[in-house]
Design a protein around this ligand. Sequence first.
Ligand code: URA
Length: 232
Amino acid sequence: MKFPCRLDKFISHLAEMPRTQARASIKRKEVSVNGEIITSHNFQLSQQDEVLHQGTPLVFLGKRYYMLNKPVGYVCANSDELHKTVFDLLDEPNMSDFHVAGRLDIDTTGLVIITNDGDWSHKITSPKSNKFKTYLVETQEPITDEALEQLRTGVMLHNEKDLTRPAIAERLANYGLRLSISEGKYHQVKRMLYAVDNKVVELHREQIAGIKLDENLASGEYRLLTADEIKL
Ligand code: URA
C-alpha cells in the first residue's frame, strides 16, 4: 500500500472488505480520521493519520517479509482452485497485496519469501541483480564429473536461445548435489539436470541471495525476516 492512500482503499484493505462495502461504510459515517468523521471515499490519507472504523483503530503494518519452509503439495500463488497455496500456511492479517519472491514448484520444498515490498523482491529475483539461489538436488542417476563440469559452464535448455549462466555445482553424494544459479527460468533446475541426461527426484531450496532457510523452521512453519536479512 502506498501513501497518500484513498480512504476507501485503505478501509477495504485493512478491514478486509470489498471496495463497495468500504464506501458504504464511509457513507454511514462509520469512519473517522484524526477524530473527525469523514464521509468522502476520495479522502487522501497520509501514513500518520489515525483511522477508526466502527470505533476500531486500523493500522497499516507497513512492509513485511516472511520466510517460509514450504512443504510439498503447496503452490506458490495467491489463490488456486485445485491446490493449497503457501498463503494458507500464513496466519497473518491483511495479506491481500503480498506475493512470493521467487516461486517454487508444487513438489519443491524449502525457502520461500513472501512480502508486500515489490521493489525489494524485484531486487532479489531479477536476473540482472545476479543473486544466487541455492538448491539441494537429489537425482535419479549418479552425478558424473562431466555433468558437474557442464552445469558449471552452462547448459542449453530446451526452447532457450542461450546457455544457462555458469552455476556453482558441488557433489554431495553419488545421487546428490548442491546447485547455485543466478537465473530463475521456468523449472530451471529440473531442466538443467535433464540437459545433462539426469532427472531431479527431490528438490529443496536452502538459500536466496544471502538469506538462508532457518533450520529451526519445521516444514510448513514461517517467521519474519530479521532486519539484517532484509538488508541482504
Ligand atoms: N527449479 C525448478 O526446476 N523447480 C523449482 O521449484 C525451483 C527451481
